[in-house]
Design a protein around this ligand. Structure first.
Ligand code: L3W
Ligand code: SF4
Length: 441
């Protein structure tokens, strides 16, 4: 049984409301933290080993310690709730069912960072969530956990919720800041990082919803105890949103010591694959991370079991490994067509490219066109090499990670499933009426 820190009270009726949350011990961590100094809390977060839960896995304590503190300039905490990565829906779950966990985490984090005005930037498609968050903010304020002179400490903090307009790119932290400032969400060049020049050029920390919620159990149990959960540099617990060909799609909290096999087949988690179908591949960290075929998913290159953690999933680098990413775990069974799947993703990235960099703007369009051609059975063998060449020219040559995110799925699909691309080209009639999976398994 995996240890629950974030979702331990998710089943409690009424936990969305302040009264119930408080009865379950909610805001106890905030009371404890506000008696500590900002430096002491920062040390706890560093000791916890918490890594950013939005995709990059950057150490949270280190990010906080980068925050510039020029005299007289306000600082801000911005929570990235623009959860738009295909396959990822764990932040939605947290905000919908445990809004006070996020608010409490934001209060503690704002106190450490010296942010008197903090923001939650939420994707527009989560249209019903802002009302839940705003109600929780009002409740917390009425109880003295937000507003002026919180718990008599002299610390003031307001939280505002800002709705996005539905662009995936606004989940990239600098595009998010542009959008929050009321501009078009175009990513900025980094450096300077937001920690130095962020919202309105003020020092800003941008953290994912789950990262900020995790501050609450870290203060509750201490950073050292949090670091004992998990393994190596994958400390604490991680939320995984599981979807695709599994019996039990949903949001699961894991402690990063379980194997991928256990996660897919055990009844505690995904409950196996429907209709006794075989596992073909998986994308374990949201659509941006490389797809991995079943043989490499269940074992690492060294023949060790593959574990659901940052290091094990990445074992073998991009040649054979993948990434933990945002924890959007997408399972594909034997009937699925990898070419069709890759084409769908390419269409998505092409549609969501902001258009600032030529390799991303043009390259994503070309990848989509070529994949569509191959999928329809109208491709040529040299198209596979062309596709490979285009993705290589995008990776590492763009302002923001959307370029890499568009290139990696294509590279991994060709690397591991070249035979499927060839099948479409060699079987033009079949590929118009069948998909590779159904025709070949
Ligand atoms: C100050 C330095 N700050 C790094 C900060 C930086 C950022 C964080 C990580 O992309 C990934 C992407 C997607 N001084 C710093 C510094 N920082 N050096 O650390 O930065 P970075 O550049 O490694 O990543 P990123 O730009 O935040 C995020 C991947 O996540 N992804 C996408 C997920 C989508 C969602 C969602 O829908 N919720 O999260 C999935 O894997 O491809 O690689 O804060 O400022 N010297
Ligand atoms: Fe825009 Fe793509 Fe460049 Fe990112 S990589 S800034 S999305 S064009």
């Amino acid at each position: 049984m995996s240890k629950k820190l974030l979702l331990k009270d998710a089943h409690v009726e009424g936990i969305r409301y302040f009264e119930t949350y408080r009865k379950q011990g909610g805001y106890g961590a905030a009371e404890k933290a506000l008696k500590m100094t900002a430096e002491e809390i920062l040390e706890e977060v560093k000791a916890s080993g918490l890594r950013g839960r939005g995709g990059a896995g950057f150490p949270t304590g280190m990010k906080w310690s980068f925050l510039a503190k020029p005299e007289g300039v306000p600082r801000h905490l911005v929570v990235n709730a623009d959860e738009s990565e295909p396959g990822t829906f764990k932040d939605r779950y947290l905000m919908e069912f445990l809004p006070h966990l996020l608010i409490e985490g934001m209060l503690i984090s704002s106190f450490v960072l010296g942010s008197n005005v903090s923001y939650i930037y939420i994707r527009g498609e989560y249209s019903w969530i802002p009302d839940i968050l705003e109600e929780a903010i009002e409740e917390a304020k009425a109880a003295g956990f937000l507003g002026k002179n919180i718990l008599g400490t002299g610390f003031d903090c307001e939280i505002y919720v800002q709705r996005g307009g539905g662009a995936y790119i606004c989940g990239e932290e600098t595009a998010l800041l542009e959008s929050l400032e009321g501009k078009r969400g175009n990513p900025r060049l980094k450096p300077p990082f937001p920690a130095v020049k962020g919202l309105w050029e003020r020092p800003t920390v941008v953290n994912n919803v789950e990262s900020i919620a995790a501050i609450v159990p870290i203060i509750d149990i201490t950073g050292a105890e949090y670091a004992k959960i998990g393994v190596g540099r994958s400390t604490g617990t991680k939320l995984i949103s599981a979807c695709g060909n599994i019996n039990k799609p949903g949001v699961y909290e894991i402690d990063m010591t379980i194997t991928v096999e256990e996660f897919i087949y055990s009844d505690e988690y995904c409950g196996g694959i429907p209709n006794g179908k075989k596992l073909k591949a998986c994308i374990p960290g949201g659509s941006s991370v490389p797809i991995v075929p079943a043989n490499l998913l269940l074992k690492t290159v060294n023949g060790e079991p593959r574990y659901m953690n940052y290091e094990s999933l990445a074992d073998g680098g991009f040649a054979t490994g993948t990434m933990m990413g945002s924890g959007g775990f997408i399972v594909l069974d034997e009937d699925q067509c990898i070419v069709e799947h890759t084409m769908t993703l390419a269409r998505f990235y092409n549609h969501e490219s902001c258009g600032q960099c030529t390799p991303c703007r043009e390259g994503t369009g070309w990848m989509y066109k070529i994949l569509k051609k191959i999928e329809k059975g109208e491709g040529k063998m040299e198209d596979i090499d062309l596709l490979w060449d285009i993705q290589r020219k995008i990776e590492g040559n763009t302002i923001c990670p959307l370029g890499d995110a568009a290139a990696w799925p294509v590279a991994a699909a060709i690397r591991h499933f070249r035979d499927e691309f060839e099948w479409h080209i060699k079987n033009p009639e079949l590929s118009q009426t069948q998909n590779y999976g159904l025709a070949n398994y």
